[in-house]
Design a protein around this ligand. Structure first.
Ligand code: AR6
Length: 174
């Protein structure tokens, strides 16, 4: 199972995968961080398409085309803002991963890349976010052959180290 999950330390916009997931906000109209990078790399067609989606609730996701990206699709997921963990943030983050994977499956994506949703501007603790992300990705792949491979695209060394350690522990125990 763990072999279908890979960690890459990279800019997610450069990846040649069927779909990349965006860490968006509920307007779906762009912003900073990975959202800003995806919109810059995809070009203005992405924003035009996003305008038609009518926003998206926290914990949910919606798909668009990839426009100028190598990826054919962008799945825009809206993670929770961390405010101490008592407002359902973990469940909402888990839901982002599940919904994004279900959309990727419906779009017949063989390869999907995720950023570390909510761990930047939205301040979700990185270790807890990684535990939730890996749990949801593993559970999904356990019950589905599609997508075949999921890449977690980490922008910083700290996040990549957290994911590599968690995956190594998973391999030891399986
Ligand atoms: N490739 C991969 N990961 C990236 C990239 C990139 N090019 N750029 C940043 N990251 P953030 P959030 C990492 O803040 O916390 C936006 O303004 C980053 O290091 O992008 O979900 C939206 O519009 C961090 O680990 O997203 C929302 O308003 C992770 O991506 C808000 O920020 C997420 O950081 C969403 O906040």
């Amino acid at each position: 199972m763990a072999s279908r999950i890979q960690v890459a330390e990279c800019d997610i916009t450069t990846l040649d995968v069927d779909a990349i997931v965006n860490a968006a906000n509920s307007t779906l109209l762009g912003g900073g961080g990975v959202d800003g990078s995806i919109h810059r790399a995809a070009g203005p067609g992405l924003l035009n398409e996003c305008r038609l989606l009518g926003g998206c609730q926290t914990g949910s996701a919606k798909a668009t085309a990839g426009h100028n990206l190598k990826a054919r699709h962008v799945i825009h997921a809206v993670g929770p803002v961390w405010s101490g963990g008592t407002r359902g943030e973990p469940a909402k983050l888990a839901s982002c991963y599940r919904e994004s994977l279900a959309i990727a499956q419906a779009l017949l994506c063989r390869t999907v890349a995720f950023p570390c949703i909510s761990t930047g501007a939205y301040r979700f603790p990185k270790g807890l976010a990684a535990q939730i992300a890996l749990r949801e990705i593993r559970n999904f792949l356990l019950h589905s052959e599609t997508p075949e491979r999921v890449v977690v695209a980490c922008f910083d060394r700290e996040s990549a180290d957290i994911y590599r350690a968690a995956l190594a522990a998973d391999r030891m125990s399986s």
